[in-house]
Design a binder for this molecule. Structure first.
Ligand SMILES: Cc1cc2nc3c(=O)[nH]c(=O)nc-3n(C[C@H](O)[C@H](O)[C@H](O)COP(=O)(O)OP(=O)(O)OC[C@H]3O[C@@H](n4cnc5c(N)ncnc54)[C@H](O)[C@@H]3O)c2cc1C
Length: 403
């Protein structure tokens, strides 16, 4: 293989390029990134950078000369617009094209927007550094903030805005935030934390319209109420960035559809990170994971598959891991929480804001969630890999048991 192209110059793209060089690939390595920036980390965008305690440079993923050592043909500020898998060419928005023998798709995901808000001043989504800096500049004017969506990104933005002393209303369609993901008890406990911290939480209501003449003035809710706001952050989920693959023959089904080895439906093309859906044999489940550690780990697996050639490579069997920082809470999860048919808090309590909860499915331990218990969560992540018996895992991990 002489030429490899990586589309997407963020976490999965960079880790993929690093892995290729570490695995001895010494051919031409081209990386195409739509943003003008060198690869940077997104988690600080809703935390330290938004809070103003970090400058953007501190979120950079480029340390010293690590990027120079990769000897990349780096095309930043350039978007891949289409893919010709027959001729093995990626076409770019400046009319140029790059040929490849192997291709890593790492184009991540894009936030969903609320209809009718395009171009309205003061209404934001948060995905990129530029999004973050625009919101941060707005926060400096001391606005009344409305956050639409109480998922992890929305909740982090709300927490950060409260830490900046701003008035925050958070609006969530579900009666209990995050209930499908973490269960009602944890969702309610997290809601209580936000209320205690001064967030005006509106649950079980949708957004009917964002009002304002060119600039946001209020959010009108489905219960008829109106939340006055000068700045709105919409955190209602993301969609995998696959539009540029239309007509390429690369199968897309909730992201780029991959087999267990992260290989796509087209030879010589692999995918990793938020854009990739793959069959995770650990859980015997096809999944797409929007977590930092997955992007980093999957990129390594996908590039191994690429270098191994058709049919080669090992399955990417992983136990997904995620964290979220809100106020003084470090929330972490491992494995699969959604779809659990059993769950138990085995240590600590919701009231003390420190606990470990285990999740089971079909009698097996499949997930764990911890608040301010980082070490115990890591132990559980290792255990989940073997899907042990749920009751035995609960007994072993319980404070009153043998743990
Ligand atoms: C604000 C925020 C906070 C987060 N906090 C956490 C956290 O606390 N914990 C956690 O586990 N995860 C967190 N995440 C998720 C984590 O950052 C993502 O899982 C990770 O960034 C995924 O990396 P990726 O490389 O797959 O995709 P992305 O980071 O989305 O990168 C994809 C890149 O591809 C580029 N691109 C897209 N289309 C094209 C194209 N056609 N041509 C060229 N380039 C293209 C994009 O511009 C982008 O730069 C957070 C995400 C955000 C946005």
């Amino acid at each position: 293989m002489k030429a490899i192209v990586v589309v997407g110059a963020s976490l999965a793209g960079l880790r993929g390029a690093e892995a290729l060089r570490q695995q001895g690939f010494d051919g031409t390595l081209t990386m195409i990134g739509a943003e003008p920036h060198l690869p940077y980390d997104r988690p600080p965008l809703s935390k330290e950078v938004l809070r103003g305690t970090w400058e953007p440079e501190q979120a950079s993923l480029v340390r010293g000369d690590n990027i120079d050592k990769l000897e990349l043909d780096l095309r930043l500020g350039r978007r891949a617009t289409s893919l010709d898998t027959g001729r093995r060419r990626v076409e770019l928005d400046d009319g140029s094209a790059v040929s490849y023998d192997g291709l890593l798709i790492a184009t991540g995901a894009t936030p969903r927007r609320l209809p009718g808000t395009d171009g309205m001043e003061g209404v934001h989504t948060l995905r990129t550094l530029d999004d973050c800096l625009a919101i941060r500049a707005g926060l400096e004017r001391g606005p009344r903030v409305a956050v639409v969506g109480a998922g992890f990104i929305g909740a982090e933005v709300a927490a950060t805005c409260r830490q900046r002393g701003l008035d925050v209303t958070m609006i969530e369609m579900l009666p209990v935030p995050l209930e499908p993901a973490v269960g009602a008890d944890v969702g309610e406990a997290l809601a209580a934390v936000h209320r205690d911290e001064g967030v005006d939480l509106r649950l079980g209501v949708g957004v009917d319209a964002i009002e304002g003449d060119g600039r946001v003035e209020a959010v009108r809710l489905s219960d008829g109420s109106r939340v006055e706001a000068d700045l709105v952050v919409v955190g209602v989920g993301v969609a995998p960035e696959t539009g540029w693959l239309e007509g390429s023959g690369v199968k897309v089904d909730d992201g780029v559809a991959c087999d267990a080895r992260c290989a796509t439906s087209v030879p010589g093309v692999v995918a990793a990170g938020d854009v990739a859906s793959w069959h995770n044999r650990t859980f015997d489940e096809t999944m797409r994971v929007e977590h930092w550690s997955n992007a980093a780990e999957q990129a390594r697996a996908a590039t191994s598959t690429l270098l191994a050639g058709d049919g080669g490579g090992d399955p990417f069997e992983s136990v997904p891991f995620f964290w979220s920082d809100q106020y003084d809470l470090k929330i972490q999860s491992a494995g699969r929480l959604a779809g659990a048919d059993a769950s138990r808090i085995v240590s600590g309590s919701l009231e003390t804001r420190r606990f470990l909860k285990l999740y089971g499915r079909g009698g097996r331990l499949v997930g764990a969630l911890a608040v301010n218990e980082p070490r115990r969560l890591m132990v559980m992540r290792r255990q989940i890999r073997a899907l042990p018996d749920f009751d035995e895992a609960v007994a072993a991990a319980s404070d009153d048991g043998s743990a």
